[in-house]
Ligand binder design. Structure first.
Ligand code: SF4
Length: 381
């Protein structure tokens, strides 16, 4: 992220981590924080699973995880990885053979805890398969499935036990000279997760995958994740994340991006700034914003739009957005372009006109980015 000298209170200094590759997506170092989700279909059902992968990718997911509990799932994986536009992480718990099959079937990353696989020979076989097929590994510590010896040592799941578990798994990979790994220490308890992640961030330079596990339904899970992941990201911790919701994976991706957008860590699509509306509104703000969210979902270019009910806050917000509309009187309002008052517009024509203006602005931004990229390439050659 670039340093903001004018508004230093917006700066987030990211923890320095090693960079690994998950397929063609860099994770860690100065790479953008990658957004992940996970399918919840029967992994053996190629059509349904691939459908979710494609929908998640369209919503912006950089990486998608699929659990492969049986051979039918690893068999289906080959077709899924071939068709998927994003790298696939496979979720494996104890069956080392599934890990080997997944690596052979094109998985970009194996989520597996080496300490749970069994003897050293099996660990070596999995690591060899990962190495041979260019897979990275995610160690995924979960407060709900900590090793027995750690539960005996600490009495109950706690941040120290989670980090110790993670470091034990790391040691197994390092002892086998395997370093392309990232790690997560998830708990459903926000306090426990946050404390564990903070300790982990000091204990390793591996890229960190953030998540609050079993966070809940859409509303409660979103809030828990925003609080837990939000404060960690604000501290500079986290190289990739998944928001776990009992909801459609597309919703997880949207919430993940919104958390990153709120902290200025990543930008994608139109950031709509809108007021909650009140008796002063010059048009129906809530309905308009709902419609605009739908009509503008296809725009991936990072830009901002303010939709404000009246002049109390409208002109001020419009100053800081690419496109703006502020409600006025007599069924009409004011359109702002690049922070400047532009022209009056009737409420009826507003949605179509704003969509047009946003599409135009997005095309201008894209053209400018292309030109800057081309100029940078010429300068570098
Ligand atoms: S901007 Fe105007 S309409 Fe919107 S909440 Fe504030 S006073 Fe009400």
């Amino acid at each position: 992220m670039s340093i903001n000298h004018i508004r230093p209170w917006r700066n987030i200094e990211r923890r320095k981590s090693r960079q690994i590759m998950v397929g063609n997506v860099p994770v860690g170092g100065d790479a953008p924080i990658a957004v992940q989700t996970m399918t919840n279909t029967d992994s053996g059902d190629v059509k349904a699973t691939l459908g979710q992968v494609l929908a998640a990718a369209e919503a912006g997911a950089d990486i998608v995880r699929i659990s492969v509990p049986d051979q039918a799932a690893t068999a289906a994986l080959r077709e899924i990885t071939r068709e998927s536009p994003v790298p696939i992480v496979t979720d494996i718990h104890f069956h080392y053979k599934r890990a080997i099959e997944a690596a052979e079937a094109g998985a970009a990353c194996l989520r597996i805890n080496p300490g749970n696989i069994g003897d050293q020979k099996r660990v070596q076989e999995v690591i060899k398969a990962a190495r041979d097929h260019g897979c990275s590994i995610r160690i995924g510590v979960n407060a709900g499935s900590l090793e027995k010896h750690l539960l005996e040592k600490y009495g109950e799941p706690c941040p120290d036990a989670m980090v110790e578990s993670g470091l034990e798994h790391i040691k197994i990979l390092q002892d086998n000279d395997f370093h392309d790994f990232k790690i997560s220490v998830k708990a459903s308890d926000v306090f426990m997760s946050a404390a564990a992640y903070q300790m982990l961030a000091d204990a390793t330079d591996a890229p960190i995958h953030l998540g609050i596990t079993e966070a809940g339904g859409f509303v409660s899970g979103t809030i828990k994740s925003a609080i837990g992941l939000g404060q960690l990201l604000w501290m500079g911790i986290g190289d990739t994340l998944r928001v776990s919701l009992s909801a459609d994976p597309v919703e997880e991706v949207k919430v993940g991006f919104e958390i990153l957008k709120s902290l200025g860590l990543r930008h994608r699509g139109v950031n709509i700034i809108s007021c909650p509306s009140c008796a002063r509104q010059g048009f129906d703000v809530i309905k308009t914003v709902e419609t605009l969210e739908e009509r503008l979902a296809h725009i991936h270019t990072p830009m901002s739009l303010s939709i404000i009910g009246c002049v109390v806050n409208g002109p001020g917000e419009a100053l800081m957005t690419d496109v703006g509309f502020t409600g006025g009187g007599a069924g009409a309002g004011m359109v702002y372009l690049a922070g400047k008052q532009s022209h009056k517009l009737s409420n009826e024509a507003m949605v179509d006109h704003i969509v047009e203006q946003v599409e135009k602005k997005a095309a201008d931004i894209e053209a400018q980015m292309e030109a800057e990229k081309a100029a940078a390439e010429i300068a570098a050659s």
